[in-house]
Write a protein that binds this ligand. Structure first.
Ligand SMILES: Nc1ncnc2c1ncn2[C@@H]1O[C@H](COP(=O)(O)OP(=O)(O)OP(=O)(O)O)[C@@H](O)[C@H]1O
Ligand SMILES: Cc1ncc(CO)c(N)n1
Length: 268
């Protein structure tokens, strides 16, 4: 069985973070493992608390995973402090981890800040150079490139600036635009646009987490980067279009939209 690991924060409401990642990887028939960086108390309306794990305990989780079931791809999501990021970078280097997808999570859909200022520079110095692909949304790509993004051409420029600086591919996600849901992938000098029909659904909690873990699942299966990203975009759009409506704020998607729930005929 194909294996993948998510290193991220727990979302108690199940729509983002570790929970979204495990659901997504499972929907891709990939065996999902997790190393938890922080617990969040959150729901569809906001984040009310964050409890970081001690760096030594994150290191212990990563040692336990890599010395027993090596993952074929790794997704890194919310990591709120520089010391936690340093641990991740050290362990990923030590175990020679492959197919690393880094989602530079900075702010939740609900507006809560999920990373410290100091951690952003450690992210850039230690983690980005290990990544196969980074998946910033537009505000994150602006912070990382120092450029202002107003249209498709400036999304391309920001992706190129970040990718050539850190030596990795960059998927700049367009979910924060109003008229479309087009994302752009910059990889080794080549631009690929991923066109998405904007779905009229306010329930976009966890779209970024879901997309990055779907990319990791596809890379774990041995797909090339462009195909992995295209398939992940298709999965994300399907989960969003399914129209789940839970909670009082920006609700989660249906990660199980592609899984049949009918086990009536199952013989055990
Ligand atoms: N309303 C929408 N319709 C279709 N696709 C969308 C919509 N909103 C976001 N997406 C897609 O979801 C993916 C994630 O993009 P987005 O820019 O929302 O990431 P994010 O801000 O990191 O997500 P998160 O809400 O998890 O922080 C992208 O492929 C984007 O195009
Ligand atoms: C734990 C966690 N990771 C990432 C996000 C970003 O959507 C979130 N809201 N919560």
């Amino acid at each position: 069985m194909v294996t993948a690991l998510t290193i991220a924060g727990s979302d108690s409401s199940g729509g983002a973070g570790i929970q979204a990642d495990i659901k997504t990887m499972t929907a891709h028939h990939v065996y999902a493992m997790s190393a938890i960086t922080a617990l969040t108390a959150q729901n569809t309306t906001g984040v009310s608390g964050i409890l970081e794990v001690p760096p030594e305990f994150l290191a212990q989780q990563l040692d336990s995973i890599f010395t027993d079931i090596p993952p074929q791809a790794v997704k890194v999501g919310m990591v709120s402090s520089g010391s936690l990021i340093a641990v991740i970078a050290q362990k990923l280097r030590r175990y020679g981890a492959a197919h690393i997808v880094v989602d530079p999570v900075m702010v939740a859909t609900s507006g809560a800040r999920l990373i410290s200022e100091e951690a952003i520079s450690v992210l850039k110095e230690e983690l980005f150079p290990l990544a196969e692909v980074l998946t910033p949304n537009i505000p994150e790509a602006e912070v990382l490139s120092g450029l202002t993004i107003t249209d498709g051409a400036s999304m391309e420029r920001a992706a190129e600036a970040i990718g050539s600086r850190y030596g990795c591919a960059v998927l700049c996600k367009g979910g924060h635009r109003v008229k479309d849901a087009d994302d752009v992938l910059w990889s080794g000098g080549t631009i690929t646009w991923l066109h998405g029909k904007r779905i009229d659904n306010p329930n976009t909690h966890g779209t970024g987490c879901t997309l990055s873990s779907a990319i990791a699942a596809n890379l774990a299966k041995g797909r090339g980067l462009v195909e992995a990203v295209e398939q992940a975009k298709r999965y994300l759009s399907g989960a969003l279009a399914d129209g789940l409506d839970l909670g009082q704020g920006s609700g989660p998607m249906n990660h199980a939209f592609a899984i049949s729930g009918d086990y009536a005929d199952l013989e055990v």
